[in-house]
Design a protein around this ligand. Sequence first.
Ligand code: CA
Length: 375
Amino acid sequence: MKIRSVQAHVLRAKLEAPFAYSRAWYDERWSLIVEITSEDGVSGFGEVYGPARMNAPIVRIYGELLMGRDAGSREAIWEDLYARFRDHGQKGLAVQALSGIDIALWDLAGKTLGKPVHEMMGGPIRRTVPAYATGLYRRHRPDHVAYLREEAAAYAAEGFSAIKLKVGFGFADDVAATRGVRAEIGRDIALMVDANHAYDSVAAIAYGRAVADLDIGWFEEPVPPEDHTGYAAVRAALPMPIAGGECEFTRFGFRDVFTRRLVDIVQPDTCAAGGLTECKKIADMSAAFGIRYIPHCWGTGIAQAAALQLLAVLPSSPPSLHPFEPMLELDRTEHPVRDALSAPIKRDRATVTIPTGPGLGIEIDRKVLARFAAA
Ligand code: CA
């Protein structure tokens, strides 16, 4: 199972309806898909979360270093690539690109051996997982409380029991949106909020206190990821659980998050924090520190399948008759590449089935790689 080629597919799609989170508007979406092919002609796919055009050359340089290596030696490859660029890439792009390589190697190994990744990782511990709806972004419409309420009601009608609202647009705006959505969905559906680190700790605490009576499931990325003292201040001041981690990387980065207990729920992105190999280690560390693990997921079916394979092997914390179960973050925003690249993941209301096919358990439509290829 020697590596014959490593490709970085940069894909781009225009959106019909632009949408915004607290720091930017989206009018197109980019994806970086990694394809690793063995000498037997089997291809494994991975995905990189991050700026596709900046990550693609790093994937290609990693690829040059992997020609002829045993595709099954995932740990050795991870350690070699990380160590080689450690002095320059302990976080960010270098680890994001490494994540896509690692996921593609797992997919390739699973397809070669005819086993799903979760089986190769020693599972499954669970065969289904609850999904929560990520949506409730801002649009080019002035009546944002009204359309957010409509969208939240639609998720409730679809059967979701947990949904996440984007905040970080200013105190009055956020409080109105949060109160409106909570009033719309009632108290039986969990409501989480995500500021995408648009606040400093003073503003985050002011907003958090103003919505403290609304039974907030978690407050995600209240402050910038580097602001560890800000995280500690927010967590000490507010009653709701604090979440974060999509901008943190590797077991070394998360070690500091865990030892300082900066969050109650940690959210590494499998396609950014180091891939399946590294995220399993981060998850084991989170269990040792008693911190809940709910992966961040924002990509195509490859990212979703990678998250699901990991979710299949996360222990319940703590084991009991009614344990806390980890969830899949299900992005409900427009994503033309995701919708075309592979069949939608199997979902019945809020319950998603872990794919059981070989590797990541999904089939990639190769025509889509060409159709959305960025010029
Ligand atoms: Ca987020």
